[in-house]
Design a protein. Structure first.
Length: 94
């Protein structure tokens, strides 16, 4: 399937930002600290794109598959359940 130039740019940005976060924090989940399961580590939006979030460094976090699934639909739970995360990574606060 052929991708549009816009989609290719989005994927390149996603890949670049994921690499930067892995270089900074290591290849582990920033929510629970695990190294992930068979799905690996995902780049997750703290504020979902559908809720007005953007694909930019301050709105992204590395997460394992289970945490990604848990917080994908209800991202506000992340701060409620893991306030220490927002102390450790203050750039996650908007």
């Amino acid at each position: 399937m052929k991708q549009s130039p816009q989609r290719r740019r989005e994927l390149a940005l996603h890949s670049k930002l994921k690499r930067e976060l892995i270089d900074q924090y290591g290849e582990c989940c920033q929510t629970c600290g695990s190294t992930g399961d068979w799905r690996g580590i995902s780049l997750s939006h703290i504020i979902a794109l559908g809720r007005g979030g953007k694909t930019e460094r301050g709105n992204l976090i590395l997460e394992c598959g289970p945490d990604h699934e848990r917080y994908e639909k209800k991202p506000e739970l992340r701060e409620q359940e893991h306030p220490e995360l927002f102390e450790k990574y203050p750039e996650l606060r908007s």
